[in-house]
Every structure is written in structure tokens, then in C-alpha cells.
Design a protein around this ligand. Structure first.
Ligand SMILES: [Zn+2]
Length: 72
């Protein structure tokens, strides 16, 4: 009887451990970093986020100066 009690106790302990382990591994969905479209400057070939780029026709530049200098 004592052995059976220990067995049940062990089973409960394992169950609780597994439950706790599941809880710790179940992380909240991590928000991925906002992946912004990267464009290449037509002048210096550097990659810049689309929102920081300058547009001239169908060409894109990293800054106003490069837009002025134009395509290289
Ligand atoms: Zn540039």
C-alpha cells in the first residue's frame, strides 16, 4: 500500500513537473521585428529602408544628396 501511495505521489510530481515545463516553454508569441523593405541606393549601392529612401523616377537613393548626384 505504501509503495502504491509513493507511486501515485511520484506520478503526480511528474505530472506537475511536465505541466510546469509546458507552461514555461509556452512563450507568448514573439513579435518579429518589423521587417521593412530594403532598397539599394542607385548612387552608392548602400541598402536603406524604403521609408528613409529618396525616390527619383523609378530610381531610389539613400539620401537627398545622392538623389541630386544621380545614378553612378
Ligand atoms: Zn547613396
Amino acid at each position: 500500500m505504501g509503495k502504491l501511495f509513493l507511486l501515485i505521489l511520484f506520478g503526480v510530481a511528474v505530472y506537475l513537473m511536465l505541466k510546469r515545463g509546458q507552461r514555461s516553454t509556452a512563450r507568448p508569441p514573439s513579435t518579429p521585428p518589423t521587417a521593412e523593405t530594403m532598397i539599394q541606393c542607385a548612387h552608392c549601392r548602400i541598402h536603406v529602408p524604403l521609408s528613409e529612401s529618396m525616390t527619383d523616377g523609378n530610381l531610389r537613393y539613400c539620401c537627398e544628396e545622392h538623389r541630386r548626384l544621380g545614378r553612378r
